[in-house]
Design a protein around this ligand. Structure first.
Ligand code: ADP
Ligand code: MG
Length: 411
């Protein structure tokens, strides 16, 4: 197993067992990132896409940090909508009960009296801001002892105009509290909110890994020089592939690669900023209609392309940033389809690639491609060819890693 388990992240045995009963055994990337910090009592700002497992990311350590003897409430989770609040309570209830904690939802559109009674007895409140303020004003609950505060979907809460209410609520919680903020963005207004109400927060960003959408298999292949073109030709001759987008860094690189492919009988078109509008349209039309099923593009040129049915994205040149990786490979596996992202890495680029893709939750795939911290180091200070230091080498085209599908759950 390449990733830490929940136990290794510091989660207690009861909770590990409770999670396992729900077949949750491998922490998702955002969970690996934030759980240790939250358990350590740190404030955390986390940016992570929908479906990446944020509820357990804050819920599990929050529950770990409370005890049955603590004040009611000691923890507050603010969420923008009633549905979300209900969902969070659903997801966390059995975990809370496993540690003898009670949890209650507070949201509008339901009877306030019953809700207030339950809220008054709960260690953990999961609330929408408006209704919570009502309960506070009715003196049904007090937040004075709340020492753990979570703002879930903070960006949406602000978009919905909850800022003043949220701020009023925050100010009623204990000043010596731990604050966790989860959001799709940490910029702008969310950033200002975070700055005002967190202290020395750890910031974690989980790029929008495209494998959540459909199933994307990520493969990394260490291969240099002309072998790179040969490997690409091999990939493109794979009968299983459909439309393929090949990424290169430069415009000249795109043209050169199309020529090299032609020499190997692979028909491809190039798309980049130096082409005239007419040329670009023509290239795209040929790709779109399926006349040519390989498009070689630079990052900028690819931005405007929205073609369905791309099965493979091949990074002939490695992307410059993690975001670029996500944008590139995100062109495949759209709308629930599955896709393959292949990244060809020169031996001496392994350290660089690790720095770029190391945060994307693809550790296992990187390792399968021989891209490890050791390989990265040895390639940076290398004298001898790094390939002698990477242990067993994978054949350049292989079935082994192809069958081991990179699943969202492993990232
Ligand atoms: P987010 O809040 O980031 O949109 P959720 O917290 O709602 O995502 O999680 C999405 C789904 O993934 C939920 O059904 C949740 O139970 C499930 N899930 C979360 N963490 C894991 C995990 N480590 N292993 C398997 N499933 C998980
Ligand atoms: Mg969520």
């Amino acid at each position: 197993m390449t990733h830490a388990t929940f136990a290794e992240l510091g989660v207690s045995e009861v909770i590990v067992r409770e999670l396992a009963a729900r077949e949750i055994t491998q922490p998702f990337a955002i969970q690996r990132m934030v759980v240790p910090d939250i358990l350590a009592g740190r404030d955390v700002l986390a940016k992570s896409p929908t479906g990446s497992g944020k509820t357990l990311a804050f819920g599990v350590p929050l529950i770990e940090r409370l005890g049955a003897g603590d004040a009611r409430p000691s923890a507050l989770v603010l969420a923008p909508t009633r549905e979300l609040a209900a969902q969070i309570v659903e997801e966390l209830r059995s975990l809370a009960h496993a540690r003898a904690l009670s949890i209650a939802a507070v949201y509008g559109g339901a009877g306030i009296v019953k809700q207030a009674a339950r809220a008054a007895r709960a260690h953990i409140l999961v609330a929408t801001p408006g209704r919570l303020l009502d309960l506070i004003e009715r003196r049904d609950v007090s937040l004075a002892q709340v020492r753990l505060l979570v703002l879930d979907e903070a960006d949406r809460m602000l978009d919905m105009g909850f800022r003043p209410v949220v701020e009023r609520i925050i100010k009623m919680t204990a000043s010596e509290r731990q604050t966790l903020l989860f959001s799709a963005t940490l910029d702008g207004e969310v950033g200002r909110l975070a700055k005002a109400y967190t202290h020395d927060a750890r910031r974690h960003e989980h790029a929008d890994t495209p494998q959540r959408a459909g199933r994307t298999e990520h493969r990394f292949v260490t291969v240099s020089g002309e072998a790179k073109v040969a490997h690409l030709v091999g990939e493109l001759n794979n009968p299983d592939r459909g439309r393929t987008l090949v990424f290169v860094r430069t415009k000249r690189g795109a043209d050169r690669l199309v020529k090299k492919l032609a020499a190997s009988d692979v028909d491809a078109v190039a798309m980049h900023g130096d082409k005239s509008q007419a040329q670009r349209e023509k290239a795209l039309a040929r790709f779109d209609s399926g006349v040519v099923d390989t498009l070689v593009a630079t990052d900028v040129a690819a931005r405007g392309i929205d073609v369905a049915g791309i099965t493979h994205v091949i990074n002939f040149d490695i992307p410059a940033t993690g975001e670029d990786y996500v944008h590139r490979v995100g062109r495949t596996a759209r709308a629930g389809a599955s896709g393959v992202g292949v990244t060809l890495v020169n031996h001496d680029q392994r350290g660089e690639l690790l720095a770029i893709a190391g945060r994307l939750g693809l550790d296992r795939e990187l390792k399968l491609g021989g891209i490890t911290a050791e390989a990265g180091r040895s390639s940076r200070q290398r004298s001898a060819p790094a390939r002698s230091q990477t242990g067993p080498r994978r054949p350049s085209r292989n079935g082994a890693s192809r069958s081991k599908r990179a699943r969202a759950a492993s990232s």
